[in-house]
Write a protein that binds this ligand. Structure first.
Ligand SMILES: NC(=O)C1=CN([C@@H]2O[C@H](COP(=O)(O)OP(=O)(O)OC[C@H]3O[C@@H](n4cnc5c(N)ncnc54)[C@H](OP(=O)(O)O)[C@@H]3O)[C@@H](O)[C@H]2O)C=CC1
Ligand SMILES: O=C(O)[C@@H]1CCC=N1
Length: 281
């Protein structure tokens, strides 16, 4: 766009966007594929993206696709690692032929710490970690960000790109990445199981299965939105549902007996966090 100024001269107005100039994606499965679709919808140019994956999910038109790392890959501005953590040892040596001296490496690998990424990709300009979740696919992920010694421009760009896919928040301490992975990275699976289990409970007591599943889903959707919009905490809201001596209290007494629900979730989150630590070793 070149609007005229009052003096009649034309002025160049640069349109700035946070997308990297060139994005190399290694492993574009469920998570990286969903991120790319979200960014494309918001203006990322497919021609700036190269995807290396033997079997990528729903590749967009215009993206350069390679089934393996090729020697002619141009030095990328960003390298997004979307492989499983267990694959890093195989993939990193293959990346040694690519010039990463200008690249910000963005890793979504559960458990693998910055020191491990730096050891695997020693020539990278900078390294950052992210922990998104599956709600990326509807632009509602909460994504944790972590990096050491990253410059302000990189930090701003990371934040902007992940804010496009929901919300993004920096962690101060890398060890918190294991916990956030166990909480919000894996968390969608816990909620999906809860919805499934709740429907099955009503079905087991005589409700038609499809109707029980619909009611369970609609209830969770409405309640999550209500909790999101409310000024009260989820614990306070639970108390407001429970009429004295009523049905909810009868059910909460079961969930609260010996802190059954708290203990079960503490155990589940602990198992996920421990697995995250193991994946990084
Ligand atoms: N799924 C989730 O909800 C979340 C996942 N993550 C992280 O995202 C990463 C990917 O997980 P997810 O998307 O679920 O896994 P997927 O298996 O869906 O994606 C991984 C992709 O990498 C491909 N791949 C395998 N080997 C190579 C290789 N040598 N070079 C390039 N690509 C390769 C796989 O192909 P193929 O299928 O043929 O093996 C697959 O398409 C993991 O590190 C995980 O920790 C983080 C947060 C949430
Ligand atoms: O299950 C996993 O290992 C990945 C990380 C968080 C969600 N999925």
């Amino acid at each position: 766009m070149r609007p005229s100024t009052s003096s009649g001269q034309t002025e160049v107005v640069r349109v700035t966007h946070p997308f990297p100039q060139s994005l190399l994606v290694i492993g574009s499965g469920n998570m990286a594929g969903a991120m790319l679709r979200g960014w494309f919808a918001q203006g990322l140019d497919p021609a700036s993206v190269t995807v290396v994956d033997p079997s990528p999910r729903d590749l967009s038109a215009g993206v350069r696709h390679l089934t393996g790392i090729a020697p002619d890959i141009a030095p990328p501005d960003w390298l997004l690692l979307g492989i499983k953590p267990q694959m890093l040892g195989d993939v990193a040596p293959q990346l040694a032929g690519i010039d990463l001296s200008q690249a910000l490496v963005v890793s979504m690998l559960a458990g693998v710490e910055c020191s491990g990424l730096r050891a695997a990709l020693p020539s990278a300009r900078a390294i950052a970690r992210i922990m998104p979740n599956m709600a990326v696919s509807i632009g509602q992920s909460v994504t944790a960000l972590y990096a050491e010694g990253l410059g302000e421009a990189d930090r701003d760009r990371l934040e902007s790109l992940f804010a496009m896919l929901g919300t993004a928040e920096w962690l101060a301490d890398e060890s918190q990445m294991h916990l956030v992975t166990a909480l919000s990275g894996s968390g969608p699976a816990y909620l999906f199981r809860f919805i499934d289990s709740l429907g099955k409970a009503a079905e087991g007591l005589g409700m038609p299965a499809d109707q029980a599943a619909r009611f369970a889903m609609a209830m969770v959707r409405g309640s999550a939105e209500l909790a999101h919009r409310s000024d009260e905490t989820p614990a306070q809201l639970a108390e407001r549902v429970a009429s004295p001596g009523g049905t909810t209290r009868a059910a909460l007494n079961v969930l609260d007996a010996d802190a059954a629900l708290d203990r079960l979730l503490a155990e589940a989150v602990d198992a996920a966090a421990k697995r995250s630590v193991e994946l990084g070793q």
